[in-house]
Write a protein that binds this ligand. Structure first.
Ligand SMILES: C[S@@+](CC[C@H](N)C(=O)[O-])C[C@H]1O[C@@H](n2cnc3c(N)ncnc32)[C@H](O)[C@@H]1O
Length: 180
């Protein structure tokens, strides 16, 4: 069944924040990879906003349910010679291709840091995490500094946090943009 959390305020505003900060950098990309891409919402937002110039986005998720949903959401770009394409893949096992930008907004869900260790030095990355105590969160960060320390980069271009406050609970999303 579709997890409606993918469309919640905490998920969408976090991805819009990523879009805004990425667009402000003026970066272009021939091939962007999204790890743990879930239902392809980030790909949809980046492509529909049309401010980040990217030739092709590939979205990878280990959950086999995600590929068809992400492709459906991004059908407008799937039919344009695969400007978007989702794949079922465990990113810890290695991802083929030579992307010039790798995005992972699902870092807390990955079982190990193998996916990060495999990224070649010099590759641009955008990573998000959060301080939510959650059963299926493997990597926990209580502060932005702790989050940044998990992912050593040669050049940190942006780091920031976004607080979400609701009547019953709150959490903070962290983001770093830089070069590995
Ligand atoms: C709950 S979702 C995404 C939440 C996240 N905050 C976001 O921004 O979309 C986490 C996703 O990571 C995926 N995932 C976890 N480990 C993975 C791996 N090794 N390779 C690819 N996808 C993975 C899960 O299947 C799931 O779809």
């Amino acid at each position: 069944m579709l997890d409606k959390d993918a469309f919640s305020n905490g998920q969408i505003d976090s991805k819009l924040w990523l879009c805004q900060e990425l667009e402000a950098l003026g970066w272009t990309s021939e091939l962007t990879h999204i790890y743990g891409g879930w239902y392809g919402v980030l790909g949809f937002l980046l492509l529909s906003r049309e401010r980040f110039k990217v030739d092709r986005i590939e979205s990878f998720d280990v959950d086999p349910l995600c590929e068809a949903i992400a492709d459906m959401l991004n059908e407008n770009w799937v039919i344009k010679e695969w400007q978007f394409k989702a794949f079922t893949l465990d990113c810890n096992q290695g991802v083929r291709g030579t992307p010039d930008l790798i995005i992972n907004t699902s870092t807390e869900h990955f079982e190990s840091l193998e996916w990060f260790d495999r990224i070649p030095k010099g590759t641009r990355v955008i990573l998000q995490g959060n301080n939510m105590p959650h059963d299926d969160h493997v990597i926990h960060s209580s502060t932005l500094q702790e989050f940044v320390a998990h992912y050593p980069l040669s050049n940190v271009i942006y780091q920031g946090e976004l607080l979400f406050v609701y009547p019953e609970w709150k959490f903070t999303r962290y983001m770093i943009i830089g070069v590995k």
